[in-house]
Design a binder for this molecule. Structure first.
Ligand code: ASP
Length: 313
């Protein structure tokens, strides 16, 4: 065990356009990010596991209606919320994920239960819910998850599609996600991601977040990654695993690999970003769009947040 630990989190690349940001909103987002950092940092500082730190950081973000995950999730075209989440343990590549569910208060705990209590990696829909009930996970009413901003974003988008008007929405009205990656004092890595997906997504559509190797990845030998952005592109390019492969097989650093993949995804339709850590405790938070809610906490006491292209502060 050493003294070094690192936690990075994101609240999604669906950041409010700079022009719409107010000091009050900015403060609210940063408070939410800091609360999530504190939840994970407490565990890492006490010598706890990366897996527990990412679980608790993501739970804090899921509970916060400002972000598109669990409470505050966006809606499908038929006005429902279908949530995806995943978790991965870098020690042994154990992984668990859920897709297309609405019910468990913390989808990340559902993903963790799949990893720890089932022989599956990914459970979807009704079968996933049945499993969660059998595991005794806490469920919340639909009213708990429903918030006004994503609901209004759906109404606007449905009207736009009906009138065939151009899509001029900013990222905040399109999508969002939350995620965490950590390196603990034993140099173990873990990643977790949770999302409501894309506003006005087709019912049954599953994004990159619960797809191991696309939106979520952890392996001690390379890195832990949690992604956010246009999920279809991240799936098609196996974005998170692509970074790990460049590190493990190509000898690149986390910084090189993550920056290159995020830049390469943009012209392919992959607007978004990601967070990553490696076993040395290096952290990266690259994105290729206007903003990404993000934060980092380290053993030296640093606890920093950022939204646009400013250095975390
Ligand atoms: N990647 C998520 C999805 O496609 C959305 C996001 O991160 O903004 O479901």
């Amino acid at each position: 065990m050493d003294q070094n630990w690192t936690l990075a989190i994101h609240g999604g690349a669906g950041a409010l356009a700079k022009a719409r940001m107010t000091p009050e909103l900015d403060a609210g987002f940063r408070d939410g990010l800091r609360a999530a950092l504190a939840a994970g940092a407490r565990i890492l500082a006490a010598g706890g596991a990366a897996l527990d730190a990412v679980t608790h950081a993501v739970m804090a973000l899921e509970e916060d209606p400002q972000f598109n995950a669990a409470r505050g999730a966006v809606f499908t075209t038929d006005g429902r919320q279908e949530m995806d989440a995943a978790i991965m343990d870098g020690r042994d590549r154990r992984a668990g994920a859920v897709a297309g569910i609405c019910g468990p208060r913390h989808p990340v705990l559902a993903a963790r239960a799949v990893m720890e209590k089932s022989d599956a990696v990914l459970l979807a829909g009704e079968g996933a819910l049945r499993f969660c009930r059998a595991q005794g996970l806490e469920f919340a009413d639909p009213a708990w998850f429903h918030t006004e901003r994503p609901w209004q974003a759906l109404q606007k988008e449905l009207q736009r599609r009906q009138s065939n008007a151009p899509d001029l929405r900013d990222d905040a009205d399109r999508h969002g996600t939350v995620g965490a990656v950590a390196r603990d004092r034993f140099a173990n890595l873990a990643a977790a991601t949770s999302t409501g997906g894309m506003t006005a997504k087709r019912p049954g559509r599953i994004g990159d977040s619960p797809i191991i190797g696309a939106g979520t990845w952890a392996e001690n030998a390379s890195c832990a990654i949690s992604a956010t952005g246009h999920g279809e592109t991240f799936i098609r390019y196996a974005a998170a695993h692509e970074i790990a492969a460049r590190i493990r097989l190509g000898g690149q650093s986390l910084q090189q690999a993550a920056a290159a993949v995020v830049a390469e995804l943009l012209p392919l339709g992959g607007s978004g970003g990601l967070i990553g850590v490696d076993a040395a405790g290096n952290a990266v938070l690259p994105f290729n769009c206007e903003g990404m809610y993000r934060g980092i906490a380290r053993a030296d006491g640093a606890l920093l947040t950022a939204i646009y292209d400013e250095a975390p502060g």
